[in-house]
Design a protein around this ligand. Structure first.
Ligand SMILES: Cc1cc2nc3c(=O)[nH]c(=O)nc-3n(C[C@H](O)[C@H](O)[C@H](O)COP(=O)(O)O)c2cc1C
Length: 234
């Protein structure tokens, strides 16, 4: 089963969707080494179109993705990422970033799109919403706000590759300033994460385990576990 990217396709039935999500989520591993098998362009396009569907605060969608497949470009990235071998091995590595301020250039386009989709056009209301949104967002450090948004889309991207049968490795081990310089990203670019994509060169490592749900979720109060069951028993 592949992830539905046709927005008009009928929704998956719930049990089918849950079992699909569980399969992808449980079977995904951070792949340590990749073969050189190329990833088809359609697979990358599908994954990017899924990533584009992620939700974001006020629907502002600040995420941007630099897709590197050229070996020389990947070598440059590797040099800015402490030489991590998987960046040289994987046929595709994606740099997920956002401009701390530059994303605001798309605000009018985003509001226009919403007006087209909903049929609601009220310039005064739009300006009020825009001002309220920007005031709210400005309370947080810009790097924190964009990172929060980018990681959701990044996660969609990773799971979209995995759901198409490809292997991935998320990475935070890089020097953001060096990545910015190597690819001439804008000065306000926040480099958030890297994603290597390809075919695992060897069997993925075993699942490293996760904290049980009883230790990460609370019911109404911080001193009350939501459940006493382990994830495997739910
Ligand atoms: C945001 C993020 C950053 C990571 N950065 C690196 C990294 O720079 N290098 C690396 O080898 N693994 C990195 N990992 C992989 C984690 O070590 C791995 O996901 C974790 O140990 C859990 O293993 P699993 O993904 O196979 O379940 C990163 C994972 C995430 C989610």
């Amino acid at each position: 089963m592949t992830l539905p990217v046709d927005l008009h396709s009928p929704p998956l039935q719930r049990p089918e969707l849950i079992s699909f999500l569980e399969d992808v989520v449980i079977q995904r591993r951070a792949t340590p080494h990749f073969s050189g098998e190329p990833v088809p362009t359609e697979v990358i396009e599908t994954a990017l179109s899924v990533a584009a569907q992620a939700p974001s605060g006020y629907n502002f969608q600040p995420w941007r993705f630099l897709v590197l497949s050229d070996p020389e470009q990947r070598r440059r990235l590797q040099a800015a990422a402490f030489g991590q071998p998987k960046i040289g091995e994987a046929p595709v590595v994606i740099v997920a970033f956002a401009q701390r301020e530059g994303w605001k250039e798309k605000i009018d386009e985003i509001f226009e799109l919403r007006a087209e989709q909903t049929g609601q056009r009220d310039p005064a209301a739009r300006e009020k919403t825009k001002k309220g949104a920007l005031d709210f967002i400005s309370q947080l450090p810009a790097g924190v706000w964009v990172t929060r948004q980018v990681m959701i889309s990044f996660t969609y991207l990773m799971l979209a590759f995995e759901s198409q049968g490809w292997d991935t490795a998320p990475m935070e081990g890089f020097d953001a300033a060096a990545v910015r310089a190597a690819f001439e990203l804008p000065a306000d670019a926040e480099v958030v994460a890297l994603l290597a994509v390809g075919r695992a060169a060897e069997v993925d490592p075993p699942h490293p385990g996760r904290l049980p749900v009883s230790e990460i979720a609370y019911r109404d109060r911080f001193d009350t576990p939501f459940t006493t069951l382990n994830s495997s028993e739910l």
